[in-house]
Design a protein around this ligand. Structure first.
Ligand code: URP
Ligand code: ZN
Ligand code: ZN
Length: 461
């Protein structure tokens, strides 16, 4: 397999220059001017286009049994959608409920689900939904198999959430193993009691979801996590930070020496809580946790991204159909499956609203949508950059493309788009995974099942 990408404007988190990229087999083997290729090589003309490293989504749900139903995508549909949208590696949350199977079985189950089905590369954050000696031993083995990040939930009491005692021992183990712990931070009891109160007052529509978990509920969760992290000097990553209050808690902890990084979601950059207030239950399409924030947070987040106070932009992709799934919560917002599909749209939305609108520059775009996830989660420099020896995961991006997002043309397996009719400026022209062209101008042309588990060593000692 030989691939030559000619005359593109190469953009990494640190550099921008015009050159050719030659890939032999699965890796980049040469970068330079006027490179020659053997006659059998595939040649891509990238003149007038950017060449980015393959994008990495650090927060994706594919197999997700949740709130009495299952997220809609399979690894085939999710990976095709990811690739068409420029994402070449996904990090999926293994989400096994607290009292289900042993953690080791959950890991093997998730691996089997993805292997042979995924067209893009993948890895997992291993959820710790309970903690005891057996879990400790199994987690230690899972880390040896190449999974160097945990996921914990301070929310979803009784289902995925852990107790403070379990939090204490999980972070102690994470520190010992050099594993970074990703965390959903919301105070579970505050959510539960607020939900009960709102429902008792007859406040049952999707617009009340926000009020059951307002910013302080999340900020308290972040504060809580930071206190425990500090105790063990454990490294933590706050997933889906959705409000200024939470960001401030994380930044205050970082300033006193806690090792903490934050993720925001593309949804929080472009949507706000008014979407969950849409009439006729339409707002249910926009119910996720933490809830879409007040619009004033958007400027804070763009500024924080630009200043690199926020490390990554993910999606928390969690697709539930409007019909039959979101509808389960008609008359009771606490039963609306939480989640918004966005895996296919993340890169284009971030480019359109970030780069094209002048809010962030190209290198920041690459850094927060690819490089930082690679660095934090042990994928770098194999993924997340363009360098000799790195995997040939490349996105030749056409900044002049103009189009619209629509459920009718998307590959995510769900019956609505949260961004229906939204214009986009720019999209991937060619996307490669380890040297093979996997997507072209909005079409999947890759190989289902070619995606590999990317093994990761612990780096957070
Ligand atoms: O609403 C969300 N975020 N759904 C997926 C589960 C989670 O909390 O990440
Ligand atoms: Zn979450
Ligand atoms: Zn999630």
């Amino acid at each position: 397999m030989s691939l030559l990408i000619k005359n593109g404007r190469i953009v990494t988190a640190g550099e921008q220059y015009t050159a050719d990229i030659y890939c032999e087999g699965e890796q980049i083997t040469r970068i330079g001017a006027k490179l020659e290729a053997p006659p059998k090589a595939t040649i891509v003309d990238a003149k007038g286009k950017y060449v980015f490293p393959g994008f990495i989504d650090p927060h994706v749900h594919v197999y997700l049994p949740f709130m009495g139903t299952f997220a809609k995508d399979t690894h085939e549909t999710a990976s095709k959608a990811a690739l068409v949208g420029g994402t070449t590696t996904i990090i999926e949350m293994i989400c096994q409920a607290r009292n289900e199977q042993p953690l080791a079985d959950g890991f093997e189950f998730s691996l089997k689900k993805a292997e042979g089905k995924s067209a893009c590369d993948f890895t997992f954050h291993q959820t710790v939904s309970r903690f005891d000696k057996e879990c400790e031993d199994q987690l230690t083995e899972i880390v040896k198999k190449g999974i160097s990040s945990f996921k914990i939930f301070l929310a979803y009491k009784g289902a995925l959430g852990i107790t403070d005692e379990e939090l204490y021992y999980t972070l102690r183990l994470a520190k010992k193993l050099g594993v970074i712990t990703t965390a959903h931070c919301e105070n579970a009891d505050l959510v539960l009691e607020s939900q009960k109160k709102l429902l008792a007052e007859g406040k049952t529509g999707p617009e009340w979801h926000y009020w059951s978990r307002p910013p302080r509920v999340q900020a308290e969760g972040v504060h809580h996590l930071m206190t425990f992290a500090e105790t063990h000097d454990a490294h933590c990553y706050v997933v889906h930070t959705s409000c200024e209050e939470s960001l401030q808690e994380a930044l205050a902890a970082a300033a006193r020496g806690v090792h903490v990084w934050t993720e925001i979601l593309v949804e929080y950059l472009v949507l706000d809580k008014s979407y969950a207030e849409l009439p006729n239950f339409e707002g249910a399409k926009y119910v996720m946790s933490p809830p879409l924030p007040d619009k004033k947070n958007q400027e804070v987040f763009w500024n924080a991204l630009r200043q690199r106070f926020v490390s990554t932009v993910g999606t928390d992709h969690a697709p539930f159909d409007f019909k039959g799934q979101k509808e389960m919560g008609r008359g009771d917002f606490t039963k609306i499956p939480n989640g918004i599909p966005a895996l296919e749209d993340r890169v284009n939305l971030l480019y359109t609203h970030g780069v094209a609108e002048g809010r962030i520059d190209l290198s920041t775009f690459v850094d927060c949508a690819s490089t930082q996830a690679a660095r934090l989660f042990g994928l770098f420099p194999r993924k997340g950059t363009i360098a000799v020896g790195s995997d040939a995961d490349l996105v030749v991006y056409d900044p002049d493309y103009r189009g619209k997002i629509s459920q009718k043309t998307m590959l995510m397996n769900v019956d609505y788009s949260a961004f229906e009719g939204w214009p986009i400026k720019g999209r991937p022209h060619v996307v490669t995974v380890r040297g093979e062209i996997a997507a072209k101008d909005g079409k999947f042309v890759g190989t289902v099942g070619r995606g590999k588990l990317v093994k990761r060593d612990p780096t957070h000692f």
